[in-house]
Design a protein around this ligand. Structure first.
Ligand SMILES: [Zn+2]
Length: 129
């Protein structure tokens, strides 16, 4: 977004999560970043990383065998985004552990918005992370 608006801010042009010097594109941030690939594997979502981000998202849904794909995908991506923002705005180094704890907390909140059987499913999912 900043690049499209012609801002020149060197510090945030490359990915802060994996320090790979990769440009921080949406595709990199969500699907191709080494830091995030660990997160997706931990949550049980796999995808074809050699495709566009739309195709990767479609393959993620097709490969996912659990329930509540959209909610779990969104919470996982949201917490990856928060790890990234914590580094940039608060100078807090991203860690898989902090991502995991935040993701588990958000998934636990999700239990209050779904039916009992889905709540039990989420509890089991969180307990196995
Ligand atoms: Zn990265």
């Amino acid at each position: 977004m900043l690049k499209r608006r012609h801002y020149h801010i060197d510090d945030i042009e490359s990915c802060v999560l994996c320090t790979s010097q990769e440009e921080e594109t949406i595709a990199h941030l969500i699907f191709n970043c080494k830091f995030n690939q660990h997160c997706w594997a931990k949550i049980g979502i796999s995808y074809n990383s050699n495709s566009s981000r739309i195709e990767a998202r479609i393959s993620a849904k097709e490969n996912y065998s659990g329930r509540l794909f959209f909610e779990i995908f969104t919470i996982t991506a949201w917490n990856i985004w928060k790890e990234r923002n914590n580094d940039i705005f608060k100078r807090i180094n991203p860690t898989h552990n902090s991502w995991l704890e935040r993701t588990k907390a958000d998934l636990s909140w999700l239990r209050y918005t779904v039916s009992t059987d889905l709540s039990d499913y989420i509890t089991s999912l969180v307990n196995n992370l």
